[in-house]
Design a protein around this ligand. Structure first.
Ligand SMILES: Cc1ncc(COP(=O)(O)O)c(C=O)c1O
Length: 406
């Protein structure tokens, strides 16, 4: 047979089958209570509304919605997104500042394509979104991890500046800083307002592109909104990534990026070679969904459901996790995840098969670390599991930890 390995490109050779995804196949079993996925709750999907909207869209603009569309995005969808940004964040944008993507994972890939040559330094939070690491890794990024401060206010800005200074001194040209500032995947932590101001200052002082990946921003359950980096930026240094995946439905594969005109233009060129355009069909559906005011309604519904689930998980952790000075977890004000840290002797990787035997699943923290460390941590998802299974899942996990601690 044709020798695949010999003929793969350098980029293809960098692609690694994820050990985690393989492990997660084990969680398909119905007996298992899974906190592993990052999926929205299926009962939040507005299936009836979408059925009705599809009829309307087909009758009104069916041929257009089934045709190829502009790479930039479907006109009515772009118009709705501009209104949405204005209403939700007060950010004023023009069509030239926005590109519709095949959800935000594509935007991450396009960023990698545009900016990363093999061995280029890319600065990321420790931990950070696994899919961001995979996307940038394929282009050969050399990751520089920025640790989090212990007070749950996000990455250490002092540490970041130190790294930037070192890179500058070594004349190494870093390409961008990637952050997930709102209810981060995987920790649920939100970068504080003061730190955001400093991040923007650093982006000006050290002249770098700041990628603000924010799929969870609208899913706040308590506390006050923190100003988006995009809104603070006066220099055109921020590229913001958004998606419909967690506020509407991931099956639409719809996202959008906002940034300075030149960068958007370059991204459009890169995207043309990837998929020509994001599906017109789903954009037309989403545009009508937004026009009817259903997106905000859906966001409000999702917030109520996930808040309840978050509270159940937090209470269960409080009630059942062994009391130990080195066991702690984040208390996110929104999003889909929380992050648990254990004493060093607990290795969540080696513990994983035992957890599966106990019929509970999580994602090992090391998967989110650009250095593959943080082995005494795990990510728990609270949006997907059924409300009445969450406490039982936490009991199973807590019992396992109790056994490990003795
Ligand atoms: C931080 C972050 N970025 C990007 C994505 C990709 O989402 P999508 O491609 O569905 O928009 C996710 C998905 O979980 C995420 O958590």
């Amino acid at each position: 047979m044709f020798d695949l390995e010999k003929n793969y490109s350098i980029n293809a050779r960098r692609m690694k089958k994820s050990a985690i995804r393989e492990l997660l196949k084990l969680t398909g079993n119905d007996e298992i209570i899974s906190f592993a996925g990052g999926l929205p709750a299926p009962d939040t999907f507005p299936t009836e509304e979408v059925a009705d909207i599809t009829k309307t869209v087909m009758a009104r603009e069916g041929a257009k919605a089934l045709q190829y569309g502009a790479t930039e995005g479907y006109k009515s969808f772009v118009e709705e997104l501009i209104k949405w940004e204005k209403e939700m964040t007060g950010i004023d944008i023009e069509p030239k500042n926005i590109l519709v993507t095949t959800a935000s994972q594509q935007a991450l890939d396009l960023v990698g394509k545009l900016f990363i040559d093999p061995s280029d330094p890319v600065l990321v939070e420790r931990p950070t979104y696994l899919g961001g690491l995979s996307a940038f890794n394929q282009y050969g990024a050399k990751f520089i991890g920025i640790k989090m401060d212990d007070d749950d206010t996000g990455i250490s800005i002092d540490f970041l500046e130190e790294k930037l200074k070192n890179l500058k001194a070594q004349e190494e040209h870093y390409k961008f800083v990637y952050v997930v500032p709102d209810f981060q995947n995987p920790t649920g932590i939100t970068i504080s307002h003061d730190k955001r101001i400093r991040l923007i200052e650093l982006s000006e002082k050290y002249n770098f592109l700041l990628i603000e990946d924010t799929p969870y921003r609208e899913l706040r359950y308590e506390g006050d909104d923190v100003t988006p980096l995009m809104k603070m930026d006066q220099s055109g240094n921020v590229l913001a990534l958004h998606t419909m995946s967690k506020i509407f439905a991931p099956g639409l594969r719809l996202g959008w990026v906002i940034g300075n005109e030149k960068l958007i233009d370059k991204l459009i060129t890169a995207k043309q070679a990837v998929d020509l355009c994001t599906p017109s069909f789903t954009q037309a559906i989403a545009a009508e969904f937004m026009r009817r005011g259903d997106l905000l309604k859906n966001v409000k519904k999702v917030r109520i459901e996930y808040r309840k689930k978050r509270d159940i998980m937090l209470k269960a952790l409080e009630d059942h996790m062994p009391k130990h000075p080195k066991i702690k977890w984040t208390k996110p004000e929104g999003g889909l995840f929380l992050w648990v840290t254990f004493p060093e002797e607990i290795n969540t990787e080696t513990m994983f098969p035992e957890a599966i035997k106990e019929n509970v699943a999580y994602i090992v923290g090391s998967a989110f670390d650009c250095y593959g460390q943080l082995k005494n941590t795990m990510r728990l998802n609270f949006s997907f599991p059924k409300e009445d299974t969450i406490e039982e899942g936490i009991i199973r996990l807590s019992n396992l930890i109790k056994k490990k601690l003795v």
